[in-house]
Design a protein around this ligand. Structure first.
Ligand code: SF4
Length: 379
């Protein structure tokens, strides 16, 4: 998709407008929130596409470079390309000619008028379509019931339906920065049913600016542009905060759970509001009664390290006093030696600190472990 061109009923914001149709009209004139993260993400996608094509033996053009080139981006895009190769090799076991497409433009006009998007990677083999979306962020995204992926899949079916007899769609979110690979499959029948029964009516309401405002987790994790100033969300949050506790003086476990259940959403909302107001005040001259702009902590650093070296040496300080020598990090060694040599040579010296225990929702994908208290009891 050419940069800067966005689909109105866009897949990336679909979780918001499907759940809260009027948000589309409410936010259509609001400025896009461009960020360094988004630019780094674009650079990572370009490099990932190049490496993906290369590893699959396709024409890749010349290697893209950007200001965001780094060891981390190198490693993440290598992981992505390796993953695509694995999927391709797997498909080859049962299908002699799997079809692969990168950054494929797809349209979902028949479900959401004017809606289009771009799929990072598609693989068609036999009766199965696999779409992979590379996410370069740190906020975990799950493939299950992911409306953006389901829209891409519908767009892909529009392209391939008359060419292949696809029966199943697998959707994968590949998030190398947090080691998250999340996949989910559904039948074409179920997907089309969702398209007709959920997507289509929501798109009609959203395009007309109709329907009910419906605050939910999508306000924050789908980055609705109104999330800080939306009245419906504010009212819901303030309602959440109105807990009615009766005596005795100390909260019970049930009441603590009530607070914990609401704390996540409330703290996200508070943080969204603070960030928005800070930007308005510091960058747009807005003032808020009872609040002022102050300077935060500033970090000292040398502007010219060569000049510093020269100055201290001229002052008679020795190399031992001014230089420190240290080993490169574990990750840097792994990159230097490669995984297998690293394991052979240094594996026995690698230890892992005991992870700090934390509370998580019961749908968290990590395994439940026993508490410190239970472990003490066993000891
Ligand atoms: S913040 Fe939430 S409730 Fe408000 S318009 Fe956006 S999606 Fe709807």
């Amino acid at each position: 998709m050419p940069p800067g061109i966005h689909s109105k009923l866009g897949p990336s914001k679909s979780e918001s407008w499907i759940n809260c149709p009027p948000c589309l009209k409410l936010t259509e004139d609001m400025e896009d929130e461009s960020s360094e993260y988004a630019s780094a993400g674009t650079a990572a996608h370009e490099l990932a596409e190049y490496k993906g094509k290369k590893i699959l033996g396709l024409k890749a053009g010349s290697r893209p470079h950007s200001d965001y080139d780094s060891d981390e981006m190198e490693e993440c895009t290598d992981m992505y390309a390796d993953y695509l190769k694995e999927q391709y090799d797997q498909a080859k076991l049962t299908c002699p000619d799997p079809v692969t497409l990168f950054e494929q433009h797809v349209e979902m006009d028949n479900y959401a008028p004017g809606s289009f998007g771009s799929c990072d990677f598609m693989l068609v083999a036999d009766k199965k379509l696999h779409i992979v979306d590379l996410k370069y962020g740190y906020i975990e995204v799950q493939a299950k019931e992911n409306t953006q992926m389901m829209m891409y899949a519908l767009g892909a079916l529009n392209l391939f339906d008359c060419l292949y007899d696809i029966e199943e769609v697998e959707m994968t979110i590949f998030q190398p920065r947090i080691q998250n690979i999340s996949s989910w499959s559904m039948s074409v029948e179920e997907l089309v049913k969702w398209g007709n029964e959920v997507l289509k009516p929501a798109a009609e309401l959203a395009a007309a600016g109709e329907g009910e405002f419906n605050p939910g987790p999508w306000c924050s994790h789908n980055f609705c542009k109104a999330r800080t100033t939306c009245r419906a969300r504010a009212e819901q949050m303030l309602e959440l905060a109105k807990l009615e506790f009766k005596p005795p003086a100390l909260l019970s476990d049930e009441e603590l759970v009530q607070v914990m259940d609401k704390a996540e959403e409330l703290s996200k909302w508070c943080s969204d509001v603070m960030t928005f107001a800070t930007i308005q005040a510091t960058e747009h001259g807005k003032s808020y009664p009872g609040w002022k702009i102050v300077e935060g902590r500033s970090v000292r650093k040398f502007s010219d390290t060569k000049a510093v070296e020269e100055a201290v040496k001229n002052a008679g300080y020795t190399d031992d006093q001014i230089y420190s020598k240290s080993l490169i990090t574990l990750t840097a060694f792994e990159k230097l030696l490669g995984k297998s040599t690293f394991n052979d040579l240094l594996g026995t010296y690698v230890t892992k600190s005991t992870p700090k225990l934390t509370l998580a929702r019961d749908n968290d994908k990590r395994h439940e472990v026993s508490s410190n208290a239970a472990n003490d009891f066993i000891d």
